[in-house]
Each structure stands twice: as structure tokens, then as C-alpha cells.
Design a protein around this ligand. Structure first.
Ligand code: 4AD
Ligand code: MG
Length: 468
């Protein structure tokens, strides 16, 4: 292959002026044509759009042409010319073609009859080459960039919190244990319990369920921090909104009260949605036209709307009223219950028809670290609830009083062995502070309109599934 020309990505080729010699490389989406010419649609993952390659069959060996089948990887040198066909401004008039990798049509794994998302999850090497996953993964990439850029522009420090930890931040006990002990021959102590002193870290450790507690140490030193990393939960929930391994963004800010926290969460998420509309429009438009014709209007709606801010107690009243008026829920509603997704979605989609930030939850259904309200019953929690998704953000103002925090830890009979390092933040220069966690894949569900969280992450981990 001629090496005088450097490769140009398809995304950039489509914006170039005709008349230049170019080199494109990528995978064949389709090949069609007649006796004289072949038309190849080539995609290299840089954009949802393909570049059309026009091949004069008299100038290319039949044996080469027959290798150019759907899925094959090729390089094409040629002239960029104005396209006569509709659908694209330019195309490549090929002068030389190289086949890097053939793709046997008889064994090609994507037949028209079964390209369901579920099936695609079993064909890992093809999944990312489909239009849909290409679009989703490009959006995922842009969103990750936008998150870093957002916090960077506000002077937040990106803090890396540990993935292996001894603390169960959320206290829900849904942790994956990390051990090098031989599970077939576990060492026991005199009491007959596992002897963790023999384990790698000489203590019981797990994969983190949240970087928050370590993040609070960062915020109470650096001012404003955020984490953005993998998070692990061994909850056995086989739902379209739960992963066992997901990514979470957790900002934590000194001197923010609950209102500042809500303001930041609302601004942050609107910024991300606007960023997606401005920077991923081709991919979003594809998903909108193919699967969900309300996607763009939903995104625009959220970007322009003021979120509702509602105390939990008011939310319960609305739900009880709805039940009185004939709405049926699977799970019961009364003050004190943890809201189910159906309840959250009723508030967001039926009652208010916009995102809702629900605040001041009963303390018994929330984590130990949340700031206690004067009523003695509720805490300064905030969950951001979104259309189609339910909870997308969970957060709170933190309990800054040493006395109250210790009392709560004792009340919940939590072990203080591996918590003193955290409680120390309240002993030495305690400060009011707040933070929240945004589930990255929940955000992506919203931005892409995909309906199953497994389809917005390259390699999903869920109960009984950790392939690849
Ligand atoms: O509400 P959660 O459990 O809050 C925390 O972990 C706090 N420590 C956050 C903080 O205040 N720094 O989780 C936060 C968000 C949820 O709102 C949801 O978007 C997402 O993380 N999330 C999950 N996403 C996918 N799969 C799961 N199993 C998830 N569990 C939580
Ligand atoms: Mg939560």
C-alpha cells in the first residue's frame, strides 16, 4: 500500500474538500454494486457515518474484490470526490485496496435474524462494531471527558480513592471480598473463625462500594474533590438498572450545605446533558431515530427545566393521594418505607413531569454519615430522580458533629475498628460539608435512551455473568 498518504479518519474525511488523495482504513459495513462498479460502505469507529468507496471493477482483481465482504478490514487509497449519490457529500474513488483481515461470510456472527442486544452481549468482538454500540461508547467517552472538564474548570481536585478497602461505606454489606486465602483450606483461629491475620492484608478486605469516606478526608483537606472510578456491589438485583461493577462520580465539598449540594448536582447534570447534545449529536440522533423518538426532546427538556425540590414527607403524601385516586403500585407506601423505582417514576413521570430532588428522608433508611435534622427523624439526604431511570444521584450533607456521628454509629451497632480514621475528621477541625454520587451508567441510560444498563458499559458484570 502506498505510504505517501497518511491515514485520515472517516470522521475527518467526511468534512474534507474533494480533490485530495486520501488513505482510509476500517471495516466493511456493506458491499453492493453492479458489473462495472462496487460500492463499499467503510466505517472506522470514529463516527456513526460511513465513507463510501467506489471501486472500478475493471481495475481490481476479482480475487481481491471477493475478499472484501462485510466485516473485513481494509485500507483504501484514492481520490476524494464529490458524491453523486444522496446521503453523503464526498466519497473515495479507489485506486488501491489492501485487505488486512478477511471475514468469512459463512461464519459471520451477525445474521439479520438475531441481533438483539442480549445476543450481541455474547459476541463481544462484534458488539462494539455495531452502529448502536459504537454510538453508545462514543457518547460514554465524551461524557467521561465532560465530567473531568466540568470539575477541573471549577477547581475541584481529582482524588483517587482505593478500590480495595476495609470499610463498608454504605453499610449495606453488599461487598465482594478480596482474599488470597486458599478457600479449600481456610486458616481458622482458636474460636473457629477465619484467621484473617494470615490473609494478604492481615485483615478482611473487600472491593469498594463507594469512595465517599476517603473522599471526605480529601474534601476536608483540599476543599473540593471528586472521584471517578469503578465501584462494586454484590447486590443480587437482576434489574435493568443495576450492575455489580459500575462507575461512580463522587464530588465532596467542604463548606457546602444541602442547598449548595443540590445546586451543584442540578448544574452538573444539566451541563452534561447539554454537552452531549452539543458534542454527540450524530450519535444521539441515530439512537433517537432508531429506538426512541422522544430521546432528543427528553434531553432538551431536562437541560432547560428547573428540577423540583421536594421533602420525602411531601412525596409520600403525593403517593398516598395517588393510591386513593386509584393508582396501583406493587409495593406499599407509608411514611418510613424506602421508595421503589415505581414510586420514584410516578413522582417524576406522572405527577411533576420533570426531574425531582427528594430530600430529608427518614434516617432509618439512609446511611450513618448523613446530617441529622432537628426533628430527630429525618436526615439531610438528597436523591435526584429522573424520568425513565428513577434514582440517578444519591447524596447528602454530612454529619459534622462528632457527638452526633458517634451516637449514630453506636445506635446502628457498627464496628468502630475500621472507622476511627474517618471519625477523626470530626475530631480535628471538623467542617460542614456535603457530597453526592452519580452513577455513570445511570447517566448514560438517560443520555442514550438505552433501556438496559448492561448495554451502556463495554463489559457488563451482573449476577452469574462475568465473561471476558
Ligand atoms: O445512592 P448510592 O448508594 O450513594 C452512595 O454510594 C454515596 N456514597 C454517594 C455519595 O454521597 N458520595 O449510589 C450513588 C449512585 C446511585 O444514585 C446510582 O446512580 C448509582 O450510584 N448506583 C448504581 N449504578 C449501577 N448499578 C448499581 N448497582 C448501583 N448502585 C448505585
Ligand atoms: Mg442511593
Amino acid at each position: 500500500m502506498e505510504t505517501t498518504t497518511v491515514r485520515t479518519k472517516v470522521k475527518d474525511l467526511l468534512k474534507k474538500q474533494p480533490g485530495q488523495e486520501v488513505l482510509a482504513k476500517g471495516w466493511v459495513r456493506t458491499k453492493r454494486g453492479n458489473k462495472e462498479v462496487a460500492f463499499i460502505a467503510l466505517n472506522d469507529g470514529s463516527t456513526i457515518n460511513n465513507i463510501q468507496i467506489v471501486v472500478d471493477k475493471t481495475k481490481v482483481e476479482d480475487s481481491l474484490l471477493s475478499k472484501i465482504t462485510t466485516g473485513a478490514c481494509i485500507g483504501v487509497c484514492g481520490t476524494l470526490v464529490e458524491s453523486l449519490g444522496s446521503g453523503q457529500a464526498v466519497e473515495i474513488q479507489a485506486s488501491e485496496i489492501v485487505v488486512y483481515g478477511e471475514c468469512d461470510p459463512m461464519r459471520y456472527p451477525l445474521q439479520k435474524k438475531d441481533t438483539s442486544f442480549e445476543y450481541l452481549r455474547t459476541v463481544a468482538h462484534m458488539r462494539m462494531r455495531t452502529n448502536t454500540f459504537g454510538a453508545v461508547l462514543r457518547i460514554r467517552n465524551q461524557m467521561a471527558y465532560a465530567i473531568h472538564e466540568y470539575f477541573h474548570s471549577k477547581g475541584f481536585v481529582y482524588l483517587n480513592t482505593p478500590l480495595i478497602t476495609e470499610s463498608d461505606c454504605e453499610g449495606a454489606g453488599q461487598m465482594f471480598q478480596v482474599t488470597t486465602l486458599d478457600l479449600n483450606n481456610v486458616p481458622k483461629n482458636k474460636k473457629g473463625a477465619v484467621d484473617y491475620s494470615k490473609d494478604f492484608f492481615a485483615k478482611q478486605t473487600s472491593l469498594t462500594v463507594s469512595g465517599q469516606l476517603e473522599g471526605e478526608l480529601g474534601a476536608t483537606a483540599l476543599g473540593e474533590i471528586y472521584t471517578f472510578g469503578p465501584t462494586f456491589r454484590a447486590e443480587n438485583s437482576n434489574t435493568p438498572r443495576h450492575l455489580a461493577e459500575f462507575w461512580m462520580i463522587e464530588p465532596e465539598m467542604a463548606f457546602y450545605d444541602i442547598k449548595d449540594n443540590m445546586d451543584l448536582a442540578e448544574d452538573f447534570i444539566k451541563h452534561l446533558v447539554k454537552y452531549a447534545l452539543n458534542n454527540c449529536y450524530d450519535d444521539i440522533k441515530f439512537l433517537n431515530d432508531r429506538y426512541d423518538s422522544e430521546l432528543i426532546s427528553r434531553l432538551e427538556g431536562v437541560a432547560d427545566t428547573e428540577f423540583v425540590r421536594l421533602p420525602y414527607t411531601e412525596g409520600i403524601k403525593i403517593l398516598e393521594e395517588a393510591i386513593k385516586n386509584g393508582t396501583q403500585f406493587e409495593y406499599p407506601v407509608s411514611w418510613g418505607v424506602d421508595l421503589q423505582s415505581e414510586h420514584e417514576r410516578y413522582l417524576v413521570e406522572k405527577h411533576f413531569n420533570k426531574p425531582v430532588i427528594l430530600t430529608d428522608y427518614p434516617k432509618d433508611i439512609k446511611a450513618f454519615y448523613m446530617k441529622q435534622n432537628e426533628d430527630g427523624k429525618t436526615v439531610r439526604a438528597m436523591d435526584v430522580l429522573f424520568p425513565k431511570i428513577g434514582e440517578i444521584i444519591g447524596g447528602s450533607e454530612r454529619e459534622a458533629s462528632l457527638q452526633k456521628l458517634e451516637a449514630r454509629v453506636d445506635e446502628l451497632k457498627m464496628s468502630r475498628n475500621n472507622l476511627e480514621w474517618y471519625i477523626d475528621t470530626r475530631r480535628f477541625g471538623s467542617c460542614p460539608h456535603s457530597g453526592f454520587g452519580l452513577g455513570f451508567e445511570r447517566l448514560l441510560l438517560f443520555v442514550t435512551g438505552m433501556t438496559n444498563i448492561r448495554d451502556v458499559i463495554p463489559f457488563p458484570r451482573t449476577p452469574k455473568n462475568a465473561e471476558y
